[in-house]
Unconditional design. Structure first.
Length: 355
């Protein structure tokens, strides 16, 4: 008797026979399965969480369009090389890019990139540099794609006015006890309010143009070969219009913290300047020619802004009595916010040494 996973897999035009499957424990939102077949190809079958992503057909359309665009840039590669360089999505027998099961779940299928490796944390300047090259190349190769063709997968995802509005509302209803516990961080939020709106104002006035952006540039969304060379950018579910500073900044936030984002010993939290410089070097090698002088000028602010937006979200959730992020103990979100604000402090200190 066929399993549910085998049945769903067979709705796609892959030309292979199902052998086995296993769940991939990697993402926090979607469910993914590695499908082994009787051919040389393996596949990744993914269920997109339609509770989180409200327009799944639009999301899948986004990533398939970007994948096809990238493939056109690598026409010199043979088929096997191309499948290692760009995500390849397989259509269903009906010619669409997703299958809807009887429960209303959306599934898509892509070719698994074998002999590839991911890193959950950066442990060398080489990996930071190669990660920078890979994400920079992604932005460079999509610079001529009309971002207006993409839907906003998560509206207001990096909208600073929206995040401040959430914070202001949380502060109004927060308990006196929580306000007192977070007093120093609340003061810091007010001090940074004007600076943290700079990029959004440049975006809204058109001074910095909308581009195709990945919007989840943690290092685990980059594949590397056995020698540590960058292969392919993956997990393109959040591809949508944005500004380049979001992608640069989010990568820096996750790469350059010397501690976990909920480390309570703040003496261990600092900004790794050497990883920043290595990532920036690789990033600019591949995307520099696609950037305007104004975009280049504000790249460091992109890093500070993305660290801050996570600090603000953690603090807001603490003031809201922890309704969004899962916590392991009562002040978990407050500790996360303290951690990110310490990272901002260290970032400012290290930037003085660089510039």
């Amino acid at each position: 008797m066929k399993t549910k996973i085998e049945f769903i897999f067979n709705q796609f035009e892959h030309g292979s026979n199902y052998v086995s499957s296993k769940e991939l424990i990697s993402g926090h939102i979607n469910d993914s399965y590695l499908i082994e077949t009787n051919t040389c190809e393996s596949y990744v079958l993914q269920r997109i969480n339609h509770e989180v992503f409200k327009d799944v057909p639009g999301l899948i359309s986004n990533k398939v369009a970007i994948s096809n665009h990238l493939k056109n840039k690598f026409q010199n590669l043979d088929k096997s090389e191309l499948h290692r360089k760009v995500l390849t999505f397989i259509p269903t027998s009906n010619g669409v890019s997703y299958f809807i099961d009887i429960e209303g779940n959306y599934w898509n299928l892509s070719i698994f990139i074998s002999d590839s490796f991911t890193h959950n944390v950066v442990e060398s300047e080489k990996i930071a540099y190669e990660g920078g090259k890979l994400f920079g190349e992604f932005l460079n190769l999509t610079a001529d794609f009309d971002a207006d063709q993409l839907i906003d997968v998560i509206p207001k995802f990096h909208d600073m006015s929206f995040r401040y509005s959430q914070f202001d509302d949380a502060l109004k209803q927060a308990s006196e006890e929580r306000i007192e516990q977070a007093e120093l961080l609340i003061d810091r939020v007010e001090i940074l309010r004007a600076e943290m709106h700079i990029l959004q104002k440049l975006k809204s006035t058109g001074a910095i143009k909308l581009r195709v952006t990945h919007n989840d540039t943690k290092i685990s969304n980059a594949l590397f070969d056995k020698d540590g060379k960058g292969l392919c950018v993956i997990d393109t579910d959040t591809v949508m219009p944005g500004i380049i500073h979001y992608d640069f900044g989010d990568a820096i936030r996750t790469i350059c913290n010397t501690a976990a984002e909920d480390e309570i010993n703040l003496d261990l939290v600092s900004f790794n300047k050497s990883y920043y410089q290595a990532y920036e070097k690789g990033f600019l090698e591949t995307v520099h020619n696609a950037l305007t002088p104004l975009e280049l000028k504000y790249l460091p602010l992109g890093a500070k802004t993305m660290i801050f937006i996570m600090a603000l979200r953690f603090l807001t959730d603490f003031l809201n009595n922890d309704i969004y992020y899962k916590i392991k103990y009562p002040n978990h979100n407050l500790d996360r916010a303290k951690n990110q604000f310490k990272l901002i402090e260290s970032f400012d200190e290290q930037m003085k040494l660089i510039f």
